[in-house]
Design a protein. Structure first.
Length: 259
C-alpha cells in the first residue's frame, strides 16, 4: 500500500512544482498551445455545423392554421444548435484533446529534462542531433512494438471475458488498468529517454515497483477521461513521471549505452 500512497504523493508534488517559477514557462507554453488548438478546432467545427443547421432550416415556416407553431419551431432549431455546441464540447474535451496533447508532446521532453536537472543537479548526456534523432526513432519503434501486440492480446482477453456472465464486470477494469500501465510507461519514459537509458532497462525498472507505476497510470488515466481536465493533466503527469523515474526507478548509474 505504500507504493499506492507514493504515487498519489508524487502527483500532489507535481502540481506544486508545475506552479513554481522554474517550471512555469515549460508548463504554460504547451498549455496555451493546447487551448488555442482545442479552441480553434471547436469554434470552426461548431460554427460550420451550426451554420449548416441554420441554412437548412431557414425556409422552415408553417402557414395557415399552423402558423402559430412557428415560434416553437424556431425555438427547437435554436435548441438543436445549442445542443450541437454542447455535444461538440464534450466530444472535443474527451477525445480530440488527447490528439491535441500528442501534438504538444515534444514540449514535454524539455519539461522532463528541466525537472530532472532541477532534482538531480546533473546535466544531460552530450549527444549530437543526428544521433538523438536516430535513437529516438528506434526507441519509438521499440515502444510501439511493445504495446501493439500486447494490446491485441489483451483486447482478445477482454472480449472473451466480456461474454462470460458475472466475470464480464471485470472486462472494463482489465482494459482500464492496461491503459493506465501504458500511460505510466509513456510519462515515466520521458525521464529515462532523456538520460539515454535503454527501453528494456526502463521496463525492468517499472516492473520493480509495479503498484507504484500502476497506481500512477490509473489515476492519470482517470483524470485524462475528465472533460477539460485532460488539457491540464499532461504537464503535471510528465513532472510526476520524471520524479518517479529519478527518485524511485533510475539505476544507480545512468551511463547506459544509447539505443
Amino acid at each position: 500500500m505504500s507504493q499506492v500512497a507514493d504515487a498519489i504523493s508524487y502527483l500532489k508534488r507535481s502540481i506544486t512544482l508545475a506552479k513554481s517559477r522554474e517550471l512555469r514557462t515549460y508548463v504554460i507554453i504547451p498549455l496555451i498551445f493546447n487551448i488555442l488548438v482545442f479552441g480553434g478546432l471547436y469554434w470552426l467545427s461548431g460554427s460550420w455545423i451550426a451554420g449548416w443547421i441554420a441554412a437548412a432550416t431557414a425556409d422552415w415556416a408553417l402557414t395557415g392554421s399552423l402558423s402559430f407553431l412557428n415560434g416553437a419551431l424556431h425555438f427547437l432549431v435554436d435548441a438543436a444548435i445549442l445542443l450541437v455546441w454542447v455535444l461538440l464540447l464534450a466530444l472535443f474535451a474527451s477525445v480530440f484533446s488527447i490528439g491535441v496533447q500528442l501534438i504538444a508532446a515534444p514540449f514535454m521532453g524539455f519539461l522532463a529534462e528541466k525537472v530532472d536537472i532541477q532534482t538531480t543537479g546533473h546535466p544531460m548526456p552530450d549527444e549530437s542531433i543526428p544521433a538523438m534523432i536516430l535513437r529516438t526513432f528506434k526507441r519509438e519503434l521499440r515502444k510501439t512494438w511493445y504495446w501493439l501486440w500486447r494490446a491485441v492480446l489483451i483486447l482478445f482477453v477482454v472480449l472473451v471475458v466480456y461474454f462470460i456472465p458475472v466475470v464480464n464486470v471485470f472486462a472494463s477494469a482489465i482494459w482500464f488498468l492496461w491503459s493506465g500501465w501504458l500511460l505510466a510507461m509513456q510519462y515515466i519514459d520521458f525521464g529515462a529517454d532523456n538520460r539515454q537509458v535503454p527501453f528494456e532497462v526502463m521496463l525492468e525498472r517499472l516492473k520493480s515497483k509495479r503498484w507504484l507505476v500502476l497506481t500512477f497510470g490509473a489515476v492519470v488515466m482517470g483524470l485524462t477521461m475528465l472533460p477539460l481536465v485532460n488539457l491540464f493533466i499532461m504537464p503535471v503527469a510528465v513532472i510526476a513521471g520524471t520524479l518517479i523515474w529519478v527518485e524511485e526507478l533510475a539505476p544507480q548509474t545512468t551511463d547506459q549505452a544509447p539505443l
